[in-house]
Every structure is written in C-alpha cells, then in structure tokens.
Design a protein around this ligand. Structure first.
Ligand code: OSB
Ligand code: MG
Length: 372
C-alpha cells in the first residue's frame, strides 16, 4: 500500500457541555484530523488527540500541526508499506510527539482496512464484537450538578462512572456521591493534581470502594506512584505516565499501578497500543480505553482498539451525543441501555465520514503529495 497523499485539517467543534479537569476547562474542541490516500484514491481517517493547550501532555494542536507538516508527513508520504503496522517505524527518527504520529498511523490502519474490506478491529486482532462503556464526568459548578449528571448516566446504563477530582473537590465530593449511589462502579481521576504529601487523603478515599484512582501524582513520576500504591488499597491506574509498552512494563514491575488506561494518541497509535495491551495482559494487569473528547473518527478508532482481549474494564468511550450536537461521522456512536457499544462489521472504521460537514467545520488545511 502506497501512502500517496496526506491531508491534515483543523476543525472546531463546540462541546454540548464544558469539560473540566484539574488542569482546566474546555468548551470548544480544536481537532486535527488526518486523511491518507493510497494511489487508487481509497482513503483512511485518523484523529490527533492533542488538546487545545499543552496541559494534559506537552503536545497540543499547534505542536502537532507543526511536527506533522515539517517532519511526519514528509517522512511518510510517498512511502510504500506492506501494512499499517510498519508506519510507526517510518516515523521513528522523531522523538515523542506521539499524538501527532498517531493521527497519521491510525489513518493508515483505516486505509488498510478499507482496502481489504475488513473492519479495523478485525485487522487489529480484536476479540470481541461489543465493548463496555463508562463515562468520565468533569468537575461541575456544584455538587448538586454532579449528582444530577451521575443520575442521568447511571439511568442511561453506563457501566462505570468516573469523576474528576482536584484539591478542594475530592473526599467530600466522593463521600456525597457514595451516599447517593452506594452500589455503582465508581472511580476518580486526578490528572496529576496531588503529591505524596496527600497520602492521608488517599487513605481516606480507600473507604469508598473505588475501582481505581487514576493518575493521582505527577505525570512523569512512576516512583512516587509506586510509593503511594504501597500505602493504599485502592488500585492506582496510570494514564499520563504510560507512553509506551516499555513504560507499561516498568510501571507494572515497580508496582506503580494495578490498572492501565490506554489512549491511542498518548502511546502513538494502534501498533504501540497493541504492545501496551500485550505487555499488560501477559502480566495480569487489566487495561481500558481512555478518552480525549474525540470526534467520531477518534471515537471509532477507540472502539476498534477496545476489542482487544486485554481491554477487560469499561472504557471512557461513550455516546457521541454526550459531546456533540452533530457528529462528523454517520451513524453517531450510540450506547445500548446495558452500557455497551456494538462494534460495526463494516469495512474500516465502520462509520461513514461526513465530508461535507467536515469541510464546513474546517478552519485550515494542508496537503502533502508524493513527488512522482
Ligand atoms: O484524563 O482521562 C483523562 C479528557 C481530556 C483529557 C484527559 C482526560 C479526559 C477525560 C475525558 O477523562 C474522557 C472522555 O470522555 O473522552
Ligand atoms: Mg485520565
């Protein structure tokens, strides 16, 4: 398969409801989409999950745009690959910038799948045709607003509720949530808002039967996570700290976590995500699919990844309508009353790209064509 043409574009998509984490509030997404075409004009789509600013990770939409334009597109366009699994290696010379790489790499998986007439999830080696869906609920303006949101999502059938915490919005909030919802599967995500000085706080959280505490400490510090895990019962789940299969192996070996959140962008695409899944599965560590407020393109890739055997816990991949007034794919992602998403058997991502809608939302675009 020849990567004959690459196009990147930026679209703007307002969120139905703001999303707030310990590092800030998002009201409108700026999303970089990548489209790759082969010599026959077949196309594949990928999404860059970098945020609007360098706060979740150092990557952000502007850095991703620049590194794709300057390095990643020139390194890949015009190249012949046997399979999308080789695209990661084409970009090896560039360090980091994994979300930027994933935009191109995942688009190539969609392209390959469409060429072969198979769904991406089957090409990846997926093992299930239905995935379990949970929700991530941001910090709200009041505890009442949070309880209302949880009520709505529990009623909708979601299999696990995760709430964002930060200093000042933690133990008291969890206590109130538990008082109203004693039996739900509940977890918390701190996005690195705490330090080892907060061990007593996490010991208090041990009292609320949480499925996990996600990324409590610094994004780049596994050693302190291991120290915290030794002192608390609640399983620690690492998100920000795991950028590769090697990171996963080290974190598991040093006892820094008992669960791993896999995000396609954070690890650099499907090839590395599969390696993270495998390293974890072989060591008995469950993984689940994280979310980055993706459009339907990234959401469909997340669903495909979630079919891999090791994804045994509900992910953060939920219905499109929780985020967008109108999707950029058809049909939008929907969730059954049992909190599951059925995986499509259509070729590629299993959704149709709404080209016209994407064109209307596009604020800039750039194309790369192979020299003849
Ligand atoms: O830490 O999982 C996270 C969103 C943006 C950045 C980081 C995170 C999140 C989420 C949202 O939790 C998950 C989603 O609904 O897409
Ligand atoms: Mg997280």
């Amino acid at each position: 398969m020849k990567i004959a043409h690459i196009e990147i574009r930026e679209i703007r998509l307002p969120l139905v409801h703001f999303f707030e984490t310990s590092f800030g509030r998002t009201t409108e997404r700026r999303i970089l989409l990548a489209r790759v075409r082969d010599a026959d004009g077949a196309e594949g789509w990928g999404e860059c999950t970098a945020g609007e600013g360098p706060f979740y990770s150092e990557e952000w939409i502007e850095s991703a745009w620049t590194v794709i334009e300057t390095y990643l597109a020139p390194m890949t366009v015009g190249r012949e690959v046997e399979s999308a699994a080789q695209v990661w290696d084409l970009m090896r010379a560039v360090r980091g910038n994994r979300m930027a790489k994933a935009a191109i790499e995942t688009a190539c998986w969609d392209l390959e799948a469409r060429r072969q007439g198979v769904p991406v999830w089957k090409l990846l080696g997926g093992a299930r045709s239905e995935i379990a869906s949970g929700v991530s609920i941001g910090i709200q303006d009041s505890p009442e607003a949070l309880l209302e949101k949880i009520e709505r999502e529990v009623t909708a059938g979601y299999k696990r509720i995760k709430i964002k915490i930060k200093p000042g919005w933690d133990v008291k909030i969890v206590e109130r949530v538990r008082a109203s919802f004693p039996d739900i599967r509940l977890s918390v995500d701190a996005n690195s808002a705490y330090t080892l000085a907060d061990v007593p706080l996490f010991k208090q959280l041990d009292g609320f039967d949480l499925m996990m505490a996600e990324q409590p400490l610094a994004y780049d510090d596994m050693v302190n996570h291991a120290a915290l895990q030794r002192q608390i019962e609640t399983p620690i789940c690492l998100d920000e700290s795991i950028r590769s299969a090697e990171d996963a192996r080290k974190a598991i070996e040093m006892g820094a976590c008992k669960i791993i959140n896999v995000k396609l962008g954070r690890v650099g695409g499907h090839s590395e995500a599969r390696r993270v899944e495998r390293v974890s599965r072989e060591r008995g560590i469950p993984v689940w699919c994280g979310g980055m407020l993706e459009s339907g393109v990234g959401r469909a890739h997340n669903i495909a990844m979630s079919t891999l055997e090791g994804f045994t816990l509900p992910g953060d991949v939920s219905a499109s309508a929780r985020y967008w007034e109108e999707e950029i794919v058809e049909p939008p992602i929907t969730v059954s009353p049992r909190g599951t998403i059925r995986v499509s058997d259509e070729p590629g991502l299993g959704v149709e790209i709404k080209h016209k809608r994407i064109d209307d939302l596009t604020v800039r675009r750039e194309s790369f064509t192979a020299a003849p």
